[in-house]
Design a protein around this ligand. Structure first.
Ligand code: FE2
Length: 201
């Protein structure tokens, strides 16, 4: 990675930090979740052989993958129970809102970062959202976030479910290998999570 690319990503990271702080004031649990997702995403990216540039874009997009939730109304974001179909239609917009927010910085590296954010809920089999793209068409950073985001979401108690244990989560991720998740990345993840500080009991 060139020095100018390095500086560009540093500038982008500090610019987006203020937004994450703002989101944290609104929804503290999303902020904590995002920090854990960032750590695991980088651990996975390193064993999966991503380039330095790809890791720089992933460092930012993993931390801010849910920044678009800033545009989701409180009655849905803070709902103390399961979301209904209409709520989900609104919630489905957060990757696109996130993409727009990061693009609006107009900094170098913003488009690569925003592209990952847009696609972090796509599924390997094309059944995700917002664009229903599949396989290798999904940016590798987005495929990584999908796995680590699933792990962390299942590990911690949310409005609609209680936190699950490590074994149960791994079984579910392996069950979704090839449908929701990239099979090769799942293999790498199952290996590295054992030594990760974010592994739950
Ligand atoms: Fe998300």
């Amino acid at each position: 990675m060139s020095l100018s690319e390095k500086f560009a990503y540093q500038a982008l990271e500090s610019r987006t930090k203020a937004l994450a702080t703002a989101l944290g004031f609104r929804d503290q649990s999303t902020l904590e979740h995002s920090a854990r997702v960032q750590t695991m995403a980088i651990e996975l990216a390193k064993v999966a052989g991503l380039t330095e540039c790809e890791i720089s874009a992933l460092r930012i997009s993993s931390k801010f993958h849910d920044i678009g939730k800033i545009g989701i109304p409180d009655r849905i974001l803070m709902k103390p129970g399961p979301l209904d179909k209409e709520d989900w239609e609104v919630m489905y917009r957060h990757p696109v809102i996130g993409e727009e927010i990061v693009l609006s910085t107009e900094l170098d590296g913003a488009s690569q970062t925003a592209h990952i954010i847009r696609h972090h809920h796509e599924h390997y089999n094309g059944q995700g959202y917002p664009d229903k793209i599949s396989g290798e068409s999904i940016p590798v950073g987005a495929r990584i976030i999908s796995i680590v985001d699933s792990y962390d979401a299942m590990a911690y108690t949310r409005a609609y479910h209680k936190g699950r244990n490590h074994r149960t989560i791994i079984d579910m991720i392996e069950m979704e290998s090839g449908t929701k998740h990239d099979p090769l990345l799942v293999k790498h993840f199952c290996r590295i999570i054992e030594a990760s500080t974010n592994r739950v009991e």
